[in-house]
Design a protein around this ligand. Structure first.
Ligand code: FES
Ligand code: FES
Length: 186
């Protein structure tokens, strides 16, 4: 190891650690990290919640999206210490406690809204945030809500279909109209 690399490792070993306490998917979790640790690294490496993906690490792709106090944020652009005391929802928080997929997650399966799945956690978080504030989104509103999330596989149409299907199913359930809503035609 070069002297410079050695110096960097010693410097990092000496870094002061901060206690961070967050409400994640309804449960309080805590851990220690350096001030420079991003929220996504804290979630993945300290809390072992690896459902949130890391893509570009500079705010472009949306793969790292989580909800902070109900609003979608890019967790690669925040320090974990900034989220101290706040409420976070990750993709792991969308399913039921027994692992049953949410209507939104199931709708992605029904419409083939994913291929490699790399963008999917971020897409689900963007869609969840949309449906929580607007249960009847137009196609334009759906496309706008996922406009900051990149997908290199699907061409986006199946993702839009998934969110439309989820909205229809949630509305049907809320009005007691049954769940016989089928996937939009390809
Ligand atoms: S990893 Fe955060 S926006 Fe790409
Ligand atoms: S499914 Fe592969 S990047 Fe979206």
């Amino acid at each position: 190891m070069s002297d410079r690399m050695n110096e960097v490792s010693v410097e990092r070993a000496r870094e002061r650690l901060h206690e961070v306490r967050l409400q994640v998917n309804g449960a309080w979790r805590s851990g220690q990290c350096a001030a420079r640790t991003s929220l996504v690294d804290f979630l993945r490496e300290t809390l072992r919640l690896t459902g949130t993906h890391v893509g570009c690490e500079h705010g472009i792709c949306g793969a790292c999206s989580v909800m902070l106090d109900g609003r979608p944020v890019r967790s690669c652009l925040m320090f974990a210490v900034q989220a101290d005391g706040h409420s976070i929802t990750t993709v792991e928080g969308l399913a039921a406690a027994d692992g049953t997929m949410s209507v939104l997650q199931d709708s992605f399966c029904q419409t083939h809204g994913l291929q490699c799945g790399y963008c999917t956690p971020g897409m689900l978080i963007a869609a969840q945030a949309l449906l929580e504030r607007n249960r009847c989104p137009t196609e334009f509103e759906i496309r706008d809500a996922i406009g900051g999330n990149l997908c290199r596989c699907t061409g986006y149409q199946q993702i839009v279909d998934a969110i439309r299907l989820a909205a229809a199913r949630l509305n049907a359930a809320a009005t007691g109209a049954g769940s016989g809503v089928s996937a939009p035609a390809a």
